[in-house]
Design a protein around this ligand. Sequence first.
Ligand SMILES: [Zn+2]
Length: 254
Amino acid sequence: MLNALQRAWAGFQSCSVLRFKILAYHSVAPISRSRYEIAAENFEQQMEHLAAAGYRVVALQDALRAMQSGSIDSKAVVITFDDGYKTLVDHAIPGLNRRGWPATVFVPVAHIGGRYESSELLSWADMKEAARGGIAFGSHTMNHRSLLELSNEDLRHELVESRRILASELGLSFHPLAYPYGYYDRRAAAAAKAAGYDLALTFGSILSNTSWTNPFEMKREQILCSTTLKAFSRKVDVRYDLPRKMWHMIVPEK
Ligand SMILES: [Zn+2]
């Protein structure tokens, strides 16, 4: 029995080379004021962990290519930020630039230079400056409404317009989308594909992306202010997928 378990575990671990993680952050600020805001000091510790543990932070576009060609490996990690908070300029982007690491920021295009839920967002000038330092941008739709609740016409508008404006302002050739709130269904995924996106991201479920993941259902691990460094180290490590999944069937993930 023990041998069978050991063999199953070894088999599971050997599959890990084909899996990789995408991390989803929101805001990074001097101190955390909400569940979705990471203290800058904690963010820095998490980046230090990635470097010390031998992870390679790769661009989303490169990860997609490697995933589709079957050459992705579990030391590859992608970093993303949703909503495009202004705080990234001072508290996240400098640390990424210093390490030469790429990341993708998803912006609700109608709110650029304005506010989302009372927090200040990046301006076009901020985004162009960040892009020069290797930060990529993607659509978080126009207005950050749940795609599940929209008419076909509104759904198309949210996806097509945001993609078009980002492409023309920033000269993008790669078009990623992050579903607002991570919510999507078949209709939303089909509309994203029809609108010309290359991939679309949702949230978690404690499973890695693999070579056979649908590019319009790519999963991300949410990093929250409650994520300890130990929890972070397990979230990025694909070998913990199965134990975490089993554990969180008993204790819901915070
Ligand atoms: Zn969002």
